[in-house]
Design a protein around this ligand. Structure first.
Ligand code: FAQ
Length: 308
């Protein structure tokens, strides 16, 4: 496959497959995005994972366990997709724990009450779905196919969060206050998940041209706000933005200015929980070293025995 065939594949909206010829920049961009996405899923297990032992009922515990396990599955699925491009999973993990590769800013915020579990499901998984449904049509085949399954599971994640919040909103005033407090803390960071504004997004233009991304960061952010406002109303919570107002002319909700300096701070390692998240990941990696060594020794032994 040559450059012309690659260009034709993109133009015809077909999928680029791992063995096809692709520009180095395309390969690099795909590895970067898939790795960051995989890291986000794995690091993203921590904020909610902290509540598994403190879930208020067996039912809530079973749901939360299933959700966090799904996130691990998404991470593994995505690391495999990155491997089809020649990346090495061990190397990607090293880059993560050495701070050389990013993961989503959202997972650097603390979970202070069980309402945070519901709000992560509603808002964070809601933002993830909004961002990832168009990625099901992303030009790189293994990534696009991974997104189909991942989005189905994210949709269960979002529903469990919303259902938990509905239950809490029907409870005591203290429970309703917990939900509102969690919404106040997670709303703005969830808007930042979509990335910097379009005029400050260095990767968007090329990723759109290659049809890796199908919409810009700002387009998806707007879609997310439009989707979330009626959900907040149905839930009976207030989104912490006095500038939220329906704009008849645009046919969209207007919203207030986002503090982009906060996103920059969190991405560059200075969020409330960055150090803790990475430290936990580093410890998990070193604690698991013996398992990887044993598995590799077992595989080598198997090969020896199988060899004539
Ligand atoms: N946090 O030029 P752009 C989940 C980086 S959902 C950290 O706009 P791009 C599910 C960006 O990577 C969360 N870094 O970049 C779940 C780039 O870095 P560079 C994960 C951010 O790639 C739910 C630089 O800034 N989802 O895990 C962020 O075109 C609940 C410049 O930005 C995905 O990864 C940020 N918020 O657009 C799990 C989706 N925003 O160049 C557990 C796939 C930007 O220095 C519980 N990814 N950056 O390497 C994407 O759609 C895109 O990569 C964007 C960024 C939209 C995130």
């Amino acid at each position: 496959m040559t450059e012309a065939v690659f260009a034709e594949t993109i133009a015809k909206d077909q999928r680029v497959e791992p063995r096809d010829w692709m520009p180095d920049g395309y390969r690099k961009t795909m590895i970067r995005q898939i790795a960051q996405h995989a890291h986000s899923e794995i690091i993203g297990m921590q904020p909610e994972g902290e509540w598994i032992t403190r879930a208020p009922s067996l039912r809530r515990k079973a749901i939360l366990l299933a959700k966090v396990q799904d996130e691990a599955g998404h991470g593994l699925y995505l690391y495999s997709a990155a491997e089809t491009l020649g990346a090495d999973r061990g190397d990607l993990t090293r880059r993560l724990i050495e701070g050389r590769q990013k993961y989503s800013s959202i997972f650097n915020y603390p979970t202070l009450s069980f309402a945070d579990v519901g709000v992560i499901g509603w808002l964070v998984d809601g933002a993830a779905i909004c961002n990832q449904v168009p990625l099901c049509r992303s030009s790189f085949g293994p990534y696009a196919r991974a997104m189909i399954r991942i989005c189905k599971e994210e949709s269960f994640h979002q529903r469990q969060g919303y259902e938990l919040l509905m239950t809490m909103m029907g409870g005591t005033q203290a429970q309703r206050d917990m939900v509102q407090d969690a919404v106040n803390r997670w709303w703005w960071p969830s808007l930042m998940m979509f990335g910097p504004p379009d005029d400050q997004s260095p990767n968007s233009a090329q990723s759109m041209a290659w049809k890796i991304k199908r919409h810009t960061n700002d387009e998806l952010r707007q879609r997310y706000v439009d989707m979330s406002v009626p959900q907040a109303e149905a839930l009976g919570v207030t989104l912490p933005d006095p500038d939220l107002s329906w704009n008849d002319e645009r046919g969209h909700w207007d919203f207030g200015a986002i503090d982009w300096s906060e996103l920059q701070r969190v991405i560059s390692g200075d969020g409330p929980c960055n150090a803790l998240r990475i430290e936990n990941r580093r410890r998990a990696d070193s604690d698991g070293a013996w398992v990887r060594e044993a598995a590799a020794a077992h595989a080598a032994r198997h090969q020896e025995v199988a060899a004539p």
